[in-house]
Design a protein around this ligand. Sequence first.
Ligand SMILES: [Zn+2]
Length: 325
Amino acid sequence: MTDGARVTDTVALPPDLAVLMYHYVRPPDAPMRVGAGSVDLVTFAAQLDDLQRHARVVGWPDVAAAMTGGPRLPPHAVLLTFDDGEDDHHRYVLPMLAARGLPGTFFVMARDPAAGLTVAHRIHVVLAHLTLGQLRGAVLDRLSAADQARFRAAEAEQARHPFRDPLDDLKWVLQRDLAAVAGPILSALVEGLVGPEPDVAAALHMDARQVADLHAAGMTLGGHTADHVWLDFVGDAEARRQMGASHSQLERLVPAGGWPFAYPFGGIPVDPGPLVGSFGFTAAFAATATDRMDRWRLGRVDAETLGPAPTTHPRFAPAGAARAA
Ligand SMILES: [Zn+2]
């Protein structure tokens, strides 16, 4: 099976480089509740303490330089990445990184909160108020008979290769096959349970000014599409529209270029290089660990799985990589 990798996509990065992936980083009383995983602020501070003692936190420019024949990365280099342009990142993460003089890479969506939430984030907000079964029932009840049949067929198909967490199975169905019809239903649920969706989006995500603040503070901005779509699913025209939105956003904010990209949901198109590269991105990150030294499939470890001392965790250190003294 060919997967589109080319010799020129191969990059030389040290095997002990670790890339951590964060989403929500927040205290229990963050402004907008979500039914989704998060790293609490006490754990995040402990993780940063551990990384500063036992590893070397580097920025995207360091990694990008090392990929292109520039200075090598130090031993036990760690890149911190934050997805989805959450308000958490401006409110909590930015001050914590800035106080320690640490760099971060933020994969922001090319959208304004006035456009409302993506389907994925509607689900996060609704699940702060409904159980998984209630969410499934609420969506199913509101679908037409034909779409109910499609929903059940997609569920049956997904049941043949289920995720570990049933929540991910429902998300898979709602965000892919059923996204067009489930999207408005999820919007109505958000409005009914919490309030007007643009207000919810403004509380959950950064606006353009806050994103610009990250850049002004020396953080790296990267692309994550406009609507948090599965790029392996939406088709070429829609994938190009989504990438184009990210390109336009970053061209305004960071005209020097050299941007990284992160695939929403880790959905990697069959041949990612020509798509992602043609919109000015120089590398792209997956959402799971991978040992591929391929600039379009750089692996990451979910920081939510690591606890307060990441450098002691076997998922953090590749086999054979000794812990730094
Ligand atoms: Zn994302």
